[in-house]
Write a protein of this length. Sequence first.
Length: 210
Amino acid sequence: MECREGKGQLGSTSAAETYLLKPQPGSYAMFLPPDMSSVKQFRKELRESLTQNGFTNDNIQQIELAADEALTNSVAANVSCECDETIICRWRISGSKFTLYILDYGAGLSEQPNSIPDTDPNFLRTNQSACFANFLNQIKIHQNRKRESLPYNGNNQKHKNMGKGLKIINAMMDSVRVMFHGEGMVGEAPLGFKVMGSIIELEYDRSKHL
């Protein structure tokens, strides 16, 4: 098992420290502090792993956009609960299929109705380049209207990539599932246990995006 780490010792959650584990080929895990600097580190490792496994730049752009949004929401959820617990990102690449799990200890993802235009489920299946460029432009306009504070290297800064919610993630990925965890239990509906955080599962199959 390969382990690559940033500064400091495992178990600390300062903004500069991230850890990448490769327990087996095609399997990756990162332990990230609830700080927006983590998004940059995660994106770098994610892009490298996807490139090494034959994903095209268009594939990677879509996956990165959804993964960035999911991780940003996890950071924001932890911060809103004043929780400094480590966020865990685990992903697998098997052939053409990519699966990502992000576990946090905050309130989890929330839908933001009317934040961006609705998208058809097959939005990126036809005329992909034109549709994707148009969608990215819509996101850029929305981002510039909504900036909120999140920690970056321990200091609060205004960040534009907030509030896009599940609409963007659903538009980019083939499958999205949100679960909740707490008191040793995991479920799609938090019935019968106290919620401690959320787990989002994202799936993308590049064979469907040729």
